[in-house]
Design a protein around this ligand. Structure first.
Ligand SMILES: [Zn+2]
Length: 305
């Protein structure tokens, strides 16, 4: 994420509100509130950016972020950062991540600094940087993806470096975490039809449900990550009916993520994960577990052939 105030709507409900909601439903609706999902979580959209740790400690040193993951049952993360040093720090902390029970799945971020957000799709030096990073790998193993990247104008999906990076990802079995609109999904996958694209926020601009569904049907390798997705949850943090139906129709195609793009998201990490557990509890247990954990594990935790 890298957008201002309008996206700050995602607020987890307080435990008191949950309890009241459950009581009201129980007393007057004859319904019993589903229990929250209690299994493992795979955080498939995590940033450990420079300002979180400042290259050494910062407000959220490794001990802090790993403790947040551990106490929330987050057992694997897609790690990426601006610049890539944060990801490398997580990857190199082998003993600390082992003790915390967190598997680090490293992605190559395209951004060395904030200026790169707006020009990466035509900057050859970024393509060279990605190739060098990929060749180098990390202490936690090879990189497994690229991104998150942004396209504020979907036409830039046809930028020369965007095209080359999609093809590089396809050729090397790298997933692509993309914060883009629905038009750019088509454009990016035209460059590399077999690439594994993870649609960050699954249409943060409010892509209509029918369009989301059509893209999932059209591209079997397209996955949807659900942070900041407008319209996902309704009253009391429960799934809205349309989204519940889509998740049930495509249970193998969705992932959850924290999107710790600014430090405030680290402060609210517990609330974010509690919010996910709340609506995951609205789904049949096997579907909840798929979205919470199994889909990420199937993509990244099984050994590559
Ligand atoms: Zn993000």
């Amino acid at each position: 994420m890298r957008r201002p105030a309008i996206f700050w709507r995602f607020k987890a409900l307080s435990p008191v509100k949950y309890a009241l909601g459950a009581l009201v439903l129980g007393a007057f609706g004859g319904l019993v509130q589903a229990a929250d999902y209690s299994g493992p979580l795979f955080d498939a959209h995590l940033h450990y950016n420079e300002e979180a740790w400042n290259g050494q400690a910062g407000p959220h040193p490794l001990e802090d972020v790993l403790a947040r993951m551990q106490r929330n049952g987050v057992q694997a993360i897609v790690a990426n950062s601006r610049p890539n040093d944060g990801t490398k720090a997580l990857a190199e902390a082998r003993e600390q991540t082992r003790v915390a029970g967190v598997t680090v799945v490293p992605f190559i971020r395209l951004y060395r600094n904030r200026a790169d957000y707006n020009n990466w799709f035509q900057d050859e030096s970024i393509y060279a940087m990605v190739q060098a990073e990929f060749a180098r790998g990390t202490a936690a193993g090879p990189y497994r993806g690229i991104g998150e990247f942004h396209l504020y104008d979907s036409a830039n999906a046809n930028g020369p470096v965007a095209k080359k990076l999609m093809q590089f990802a396809e050729q090397n079995g790298l997933a692509v975490l993309a914060h883009v609109d629905d038009v750019a999904i088509d454009l990016l996958l035209a460059h590399a039809p077999k690439a594994r694209l993870i649609w960050a926020h699954t249409g943060i601009g409010g892509t209509p449900m029918a369009r989301v569904e059509a893209l999932l049907a059209k591209y079997p390798q397209l996955m949807g990550e659900l942070s900041y997705r407008p319209g996902l949850t309704c009253d009391e943090g429960q799934l809205c009916p349309e989204w519940r139906a889509l998740l049930l129709k495509y249970p193998t195609r969705f992932l959850i993520g924290s999107d710790t793009w600014v430090n405030q998201r680290w402060l609210y990490y517990d609330d974010l994960m509690r919010g996910y557990r709340r609506w995951l509890g609205d789904l049949p247990p096997a579907v909840a577990r798929r979205i919470a954990w199994d889909n990420g594990a199937a993509l990244f935790l099984t050994p590559k052939p």
